[in-house]
Design a protein around this ligand. Structure first.
Ligand code: ATR
Length: 276
């Protein structure tokens, strides 16, 4: 193990992370020699922990809740999409010793929705629920797909408005409250809130999903989330959780680190089976 290149996911909590399973599968599939582990970092200790990891020869980190902003500050160099998101989920040691920070969440979402599920994004009316870190991570790549418009709805409306303003230059994006949704209709609704984690559903009005609309929850689990159940009871003809996004963002990180793009489909299947 010691001779293998070292990678890890840093988070808190991180015990239930699927990333070690995903990257082990990618490594096996592509014949790469690497070791990937999950590591719980104490709150306020991210920079120390990441500094030690890289000074001991570690090659790359994934970063999950609640350290994506700390990783953004830690990185010596940033990709454009990480800069726009204000958050980093991937750190990579470069040949010159600097640490490069990127954000693969948005491209992961787009690949899952567009490539895996075959749902169109270009020209679509998209509603994004939530205005926290998860949503900031995906809006840039989503807007680049050329939707007709993206509306960001949030419980705290000022956060929705400021997120929309931040991404304004990339496309038609606006922020509103849930009450402000009453008269709209959307082709795709993406749930980027953490409401599903506590078994909650954002307060959505009925009839906002068009007849052939799709619904995507960035969360995943063994059971459909409350949002997925809501959408299935509305007009949605297709509903998905965010497991594919998890695997796709991991694949993009793997590609940044190793220069090889793994085949994600069998890995999505593998992780899906391990959930049940
Ligand atoms: P993350 O990094 O997962 O985005 P976050 O930055 O804490 O976490 O943001 C959580 C998001 O979920 C926010 O948009 C939050 O709404 P507020 O900004 O109004 O707090 C949203 N959220 C969490 N629980 C929710 C619930 N029960 N109903 C609706 N929105 C909820």
């Amino acid at each position: 193990m010691e001779n293998k290149d070292q990678y890890a996911v840093y988070g808190n909590p991180v015990k239930h992370s699927k990333s070690p399973q995903i990257h082990a599968a990618f490594a096996e599939q592509t014949g790469q020699q690497l070791h990937y582990r999950a590591h719980k970092v104490e709150l306020g200790r991210f920079a120390d922990a990441a500094g030690q990891f890289f000074s001991h020869g570690g090659k790359g980190l994934n970063i999950t809740v609640p350290f994506k902003l700390d990783a953004f500050e830690f990185a010596g160099q940033l990709s454009g999409r990480a800069r726009r998101a204000g958050a980093v989920n991937t750190l990579a040691l470069q040949d010159d010793g600097t640490v490069y920070g990127d954000n693969t969440d948005g491209v992961g979402l787009v690949r899952d929705i567009h490539d895996n599920l075959g749902w169109q994004l270009n020209g679509r009316r998209i509603l994004v629920l939530g205005a926290g870190g998860a949503v900031r991570g995906i809006l840039g790549p989503l807007l680049k797909q050329g939707p007709a418009h993206v509306l960001v709805a949030n419980r705290t409306v000022t956060k929705a408005q400021s997120v929309a303003k931040h991404f304004d230059g990339l496309g038609h994006v606006a922020g509103c409250s849930y009450e402000g949704l009453a008269s709209g209709q959307f082709d795709l609704i993406i749930n980027g809130t953490s409401a599903s984690m506590s078994g909650d559903l954002p307060p959505l009005p009925h009839h906002i999903l068009s007849n052939d609309g799709c619904a995507y929850d960035m969360m995943y689990g063994a059971e459909p989330t409350p949002f997925m159940r809501w959408a299935a009871g509305e007009a949605a003809w297709a509903v998905s959780d965010g497991l594919g996004m998890l695997v796709e963002q991991a694949a993009e990180s793997f590609c940044i680190w190793r220069g090889v793009r793994p085949d994600t489909k069998p890995v999505i299947e593998l992780v899906r089976q391990s959930l049940s």
